[in-house]
Ligand binder design. Structure first.
Ligand code: PLP
Length: 360
């Protein structure tokens, strides 16, 4: 055994890691297609490039100085955007970082989280890294959660319930009553609203009532800043202070701070783009519905999950990839006959649909 393997935490020597998407350059190389010709619909990113104003704000950020560890200007801007007081808000390097911080704060080896499968893989991944485990609560045939069924599977080791709403990759929302029911258990309930702006439905207003509720948001999807890594959470001021105590002091770069403030200054224009994405999602949904052999699921996010007949999905997935169109497949056993398509620009939808039609 090498010295590294001898010293490394035993549960991390061989870890089932997070399967992330390849960068566009690599996708282009794999498909043998120029970078500007590939259609990347596998990361739920925003197809629109940031505005000149946002680019300018990033370019003129003071890179030689560390950012404010208490994120004052960022939290003030987010306070105005969300209507929550700044002491309820903390920002992070993507909401991924905040998920990780919640694990650092709450999950020791042997602890458990409750996850509604299939869902965003980051929760299970962070649980494995923390040495914790995941209790899976199942979803029905429409991927809706059955809160009643969770009662028997929560035990004294369970500490956090994660609920993505809308759920990635299935696209459906959890309802408010269900969330309030979950909040009755003495556990942390994390409602991940990464796609909030596409559905305009939130439980953030419940936070002053429930100190065990955390809402996660991101600038990656609606605001088109995925590459800059900016997320934030809304939660009780007490929990915000615990996060501040354990986070790395300068977790948000000055470039990210500048982009966030500039994006929130033009949130109206960004929301007009969100409305276009929602229209495009509905158009794509109808086009997919008209193709025999594909079952698209209704979605409140910027993506659509598609189900295929047994054994058919790989042919379509690979056929699309060969033509430079990249969608997302998953490891989850319940999704072995599915892939997820992110909503892109109208011409990308048209090309996608015509290639799918050739393939099925
Ligand atoms: C449900 C959900 N939460 C969080 C994230 C991560 O977002 P971020 O880019 O802010 O880390 C994603 C990204 O796909 C997501 O789908």
């Amino acid at each position: 055994m090498s010295v590294i393997e001898k010293l490394i935490k035993a549960h991390l020597v061989k870890v089932n890691t997070y399967k992330s998407v390849d960068p566009p350059e690599l996708l282009a190389e794999k498909a043998g297609i120029p970078r500007d010709k590939i259609i990347k619909l596998n990361g739920n990113e925003n197809p629109k490039e940031p505005s000149e104003k946002i680019k300018q704000a990033v370019a003129s950020a003071a890179f030689n100085i560390y950012p404010d560890p208490l994120q004052r200007s960022v939290r003030a801007a987010l306070s105005e955007y969300t209507g929550m007081s700044p002491d309820y808000i903390i920002a992070s390097a993507g909401s991924d970082e905040l998920i990780d911080l919640l694990f650092r704060l709450f999950i020791s080896e042997g602890d458990k989280i409750l996850d509604f499968e299939p869902t965003f893989a980051m929760y299970g991944f962070c649980a494995r890294i923390a040495g914790g485990s995941v209790t899976m609560a199942s979803r029905d045939e429409n991927f809706d959660v059955d809160i009643g069924a969770t009662k028997n599977i929560i035990d004294e080791k369970t500490k956090i319930i994660f609920l993505s709403s809308p759920n990635n990759p299935t696209g459906n929302m959890a309802n408010r009553d269900q969330i309030e029911e979950l909040l009755q258990a003495d556990l942390l309930v994390v409602v991940d609203e990464a796609y909030f702006e596409f559905c305009n439905t939130t439980v953030a207003d419940l936070i002053p009532k429930y100190e065990n509720l955390v809402v996660l948001r991101t600038m990656s999807k609606w605001a088109g800043l995925a590459g800059l890594r900016i997320g934030y959470g809304i939660m009780s001021p007490k929990l915000v202070n615990h996060i501040i105590d354990i986070k790395s002091p300068y977790n948000l770069s000055v470039a990210s701070e500048a982009a966030l403030v500039a994006a929130l200054n033009e949130s109206d224009a960004l929301m007009r783009e969100v409305a276009k994405i929602v229209d495009e999602r509905e158009r794509m949904y109808k086009l997919l519905q008209d193709i025999n052999g594909i079952h698209p699921f209704p979605s409140d996010g910027n993506f659509i999950l598609c189900g295929f007949e047994e054994g058919k999905v790989d042919h379509v997935y690979q056929g699309l990839a060969n033509q430079g169109i990249f969608v997302r497949k998953f490891d989850s056993p319940r999704l072995s006959n599915h892939f997820r398509i992110s909503v892109g620009k109208p011409d990308q939808t048209d090309r996608l649909i015509s290639v799918i039609k050739e393939l099925v």
